[in-house]
Design a protein around this ligand. Sequence first.
Ligand SMILES: Cc1ncc(COP(=O)(O)O)c(C=O)c1O
Length: 361
Amino acid sequence: MRKYILLNPGPVNIKENVRRALLTPDICHREPEFERLFMRCRKKILKAFGITASHDVVFFTGSGAAALEAAVISSVPQKKKILVINNGIYAERITEIAKRYGIGVIDLKFKITEGPDLSIAEGNLKRNKDISLVAMVHHETSTGLLNPVDEIGKLCKKYKKLYLLDSVSALVGEELDFNEVGIDLCVGAVNKGIESIPGISFVLINKGIVARLERVRPRSLYFDIPSNLKAQKKGETIFTPAVQGFYALDIALNELIKEGVQKRLRRYKDIAALLRKGFVEAGLKYLIAPEYHSNTITALYLPKGLTYQKLHDALKKKGFVIYAGQSKLRDVIFRIANMGQITQKDMLRFLKSLKAVLSRT
Ligand SMILES: Cc1ncc(COP(=O)(O)O)c(C=O)c1O
């Protein structure tokens, strides 16, 4: 049942059959029924992204931040460093994770409204021989900015570094050729482009680096990738998983495979184009230049005289949930995401409502 149309960047509106899957009978996660369900999810997620031969998956019961924490702390050996391409709030979080675990971090800060300066990134990779991992956010959810995944991938290959991509808000919505780019660890959550319910996140991991990760001294019991992966390959989970979440994920993955990642990406992209045409007509101004726009989030300045709360409440009354800016951008922008089960017709209705609210201010 869809009470509101969610224009926040996940959780997204999901299909009825995904929601209904939550009502399947209670099962114990140590029984063969769960093992079969879990193995199906493992197989299907790799199939959906076409990476069965090259990558494996490790699931975590937890939001996107859980898998991100696991990826960071499982892949940097003692005395080695992580280089973070930092041009937004989610990149900031990667730095914060590393710091909290005492992992050496080179935090390369760039403007939040632009892509990173590649020559600065390369200079650092050349100078600092102790970097073992480069981490970047694929799509900065805080601004809607798409980062140069391929270019950073080339640098990682050139300087032989592991490449971690936080693709939590980009997977499905953006083009990503895992093998061409050389993605070693790709972090995702199931409640965005995969269109399932929140509570499960995952790391897609290049099979060729697993042995390297096994040599890193574990920093955490729950978030250790090699031990979780070892169990999960046998259909087991070390800890209690979100059983019902996997029922929903199983169906959501069927839907993703049926629609196809490319077609879903196209669906999101077309909706973003329709929305952006409407935003321009309404006289709204973008936070970042269109050349950096992702397919799924648009950050817009709040018009003069209109607070976020007023805009949010007026639109919610009409059935639409929009999203605020974060941190320093809280009172400056609002964000419109376009993932999940929303249609062009829904968005035409949304634009009409938005224009009506704006015309009253
Ligand atoms: C790019 C990115 N990374 C990490 C996260 C953290 O995910 P969660 O809030 O599900 O923990 C998010 C959440 O939206 C995100 O957009």
